[in-house]
Design a protein around this ligand. Structure first.
Ligand code: ADP
Length: 190
């Protein structure tokens, strides 16, 4: 089973690359951002709770995220593997994920971290905001908050996997195809 954590700041291209990877490797895409947006669109109580955090660019509380992921993994347990996109975003989430997977006899194969300079991230998010309809893509303050939250709370997750010998960094600037090629080369060695 291939279980990959695709990691990087907001705007790094995780969603774009995930779409291509699930097709090539026959994996299940587990994007917590997409799951929350689905709940938000359907107006569920989870969606209402998440909305206040998401629209401000803050993190949804760990226990809410972890519960949602656990449910999704269990209902998809016949999968050939997962791409985790936008999760884990805190060390507590990473620890919970390891526990969840080991209880199911699974483990993370590796983390692939996309490296993109901050100025390029901001440009990409502003550009996406013109069509995404996402409130958090359309406001300079919210974009800045998301990058700050990433640096303060999420970046330590890379060290968590590095300590397990599971981290590979990829340069995330270039054509979508070139970056996809670099990621595929890493996965092919798992
Ligand atoms: P981006 O990568 O563009 O920031 P996502 O679609 O991954 O966007 O996430 C959008 C928002 O959803 C985040 O800013 C946050 O509020 C919430 N969210 C998504 N995943 C998590 C998570 N693992 N933990 C906490 N909050 C999350």
């Amino acid at each position: 089973m291939l279980n990959i954590v695709l990691f990087g700041p907001p705007g790094a291209g995780k969603g774009t690359q995930s779409e291509k990877l699930i097709e090539k490797y026959n994996l299940t895409h587990l994007s917590t951002g997409d799951l929350f947006r689905k709940h938000l669109g359907e107006g569920t109580s989870l969606g209402k709770l998440a909305k206040q955090y998401m629209n401000e660019g803050k993190l949804v509380p760990d226990e809410v995220v972890i519960g949602m992921v656990e449910e999704k993994i269990k209902e998809t347990s016949n999968s050939e593997g997962f791409i985790f996109d936008g999760f884990p975003r805190t060390v507590a989430q990473a620890e919970a994920l390891d526990e969840m997977l080991s209880a199911l006899g699974m483990e993370i194969s590796g983390m692939i971290a996309l490296d993109v300079p901050e100025e390029i991230l901001k440009e990409r998010i502003r550009e996406r905001g013109k069509t995404s309809g996402r409130v958090d893509d359309q406001d300079e303050g919210k974009i800045a908050t998301r990058i700050k939250v990433y640096l303060d709370e999420t970046l330590p997750v890379a060290s968590y996997y590095e300590n397990q010998g599971k981290l590979t960094k990829i340069h995330g600037v270039g054509t979508i195809e070139d970056i996809f090629g670099d990621i595929s080369n890493v996965i092919d060695q798992y």
